[in-house]
Structures are given as C-alpha cells and as structure tokens.
Design a protein around this ligand. Sequence first.
Ligand code: ZN
Length: 273
Amino acid sequence: MPLIKKHSILATAIAAISVAFSAQAQYRLPDTHNTQHQDLLASQKAITADIKIANTLKYLSEIQEREDMMDSEIFTEFWEIDAVNPYGSKIEIPNTKDIDVSEYVAPVPGKVNSNYGYRRRFRKMHRGIDLHLRVGDTVRAAFTGKVRLTKFQRKGYGYYVVIRHENGLETVYGHLSKFLVKPNQTVKAGDPIALGGNTGKSTGPHLHFETRYLGLAINPAAIIDFENRVPHKDIFTFDKSTYEKSQKYGPTKKRTTARKRKSTKKSTTTAKK
Ligand SMILES: [Zn+2]
C-alpha cells in the first residue's frame, strides 16, 4: 500500500474518532426512548408467571402446547376473514355448548363503566362491557389463544384486537392506544396484548371488551364476575334460546318488560302483606 494512502486512512480514522467523541459529548436519549421503555415494561410478564415457569418440564410442555395450538383446526376455519364476526350466517349455531372459561384472566383490573345491552340513547345494542382504565395501562389476553385481528375502526372500536381462543370463544378489545401483538401470534391467558386508550368512538379512556361464540356477542357478565375478576363457573354453557331471547331488546319490548316487572313487584308486596 502506498504510504500516502496509509496516511489518508489514518487521517480518516482520526477524524472519525474525533467525530465520535464529540457526538458522545452531545449524546441525548432519543425522544422515543421513554415510550419504548414503557412498552418494554408493559410487555413483560407478571413476576408470578415467571416463577411458575421455574420448572423446566412445565416450560417444555408449554412450548408443546403452543405448537399444538398452531395446528388446531379452530384456527383455520373462517380465520382470514377481516371482520369482528367472521362467521356471518354461514355457520350453524348449536343449541348448547359447554365452554371452559376456567383459565380466565381479567384484561384490566378496572371496574365496569357500562354494561352490555340495548342503549336507548343510541338505539343500538352495546355488544360488550366497558372496563375502566387509564391510557397506557396494559391490556391482557383473557384466555389462551391466537391473535386473529389487529385493526383500526375510526367510527367504532378504534384500535382493536380480536383473539380466538382454544375454548371456542373469541374476545374483542377496543379503543386501544397501542398493539403489543401481531396477527397469528399465540398468546397465553394473561399475556399483555395492547395498551389501553381512547381511540375510535369513545367518550373517555376505557376498554371495550366483548366475548363472542361463533360470532355471536354474549354478555361478558354472564360468563365473568367482573367485581371479583373470576368466571362465575369453570364451564359456561352457551344456550342458543337464552342468547336469542337476550337479543330481543328494543324500545317497545323494553317498556313491556319494565311494566311486567312492576306488576310482579306489586303482587309480591301484596302477597307479603
Ligand atoms: Zn363499549
């Protein structure tokens, strides 16, 4: 190598080092650092979950479980359809179905802000339950399963996640601020899936949470005791006729029910007297 070239390489190296030094002197954390750090913390599992995995055999069996889950048939049928209810009317709904909900983990610890049911003010069914949270709070998968959708709907759910579970249910998480999972990713009950928010048609930070069976939105409070953050029973029995009855909400029907209730109350009081 000619001497002159060696010199120029040396000069370039010295220049690069001095640039690096001066850059280090001015070094600042990037603006995204704090958010990235928070996201990292949010995506970490609860400490108790890690302690449970201390047993290697259990850990291996969990890996096997996840692999089995990937092969499960329920994650192929009506999977690629880009809708909260992917089944539409194309599937026959059984009269009853036992659904194992024993592994339930509360998506957020917050209280119920608003219940499932017909909303007179909007003349519309509210197909989920609203749970209190603060923007940025971690939202967790209610059951083990596989993420089907992570999407945005400006006039509705905002940023939302749909997970299909091994027990046959799908859960929907709406008004989120950030996704922590991607479609086709497997999740265990309690895994962080998103950060809570106030996106879409929302009047304040909360989690809109739905439980669906073959696309039908079941009242989550029928399955879960939200006050104590546990399922009412280990097995929830879906009953088609009960579900259909619960859908017959409406301004006229509601009034009839209210009147009926009043008369029942009266007769009970009379009977007591
Ligand atoms: Zn809601």
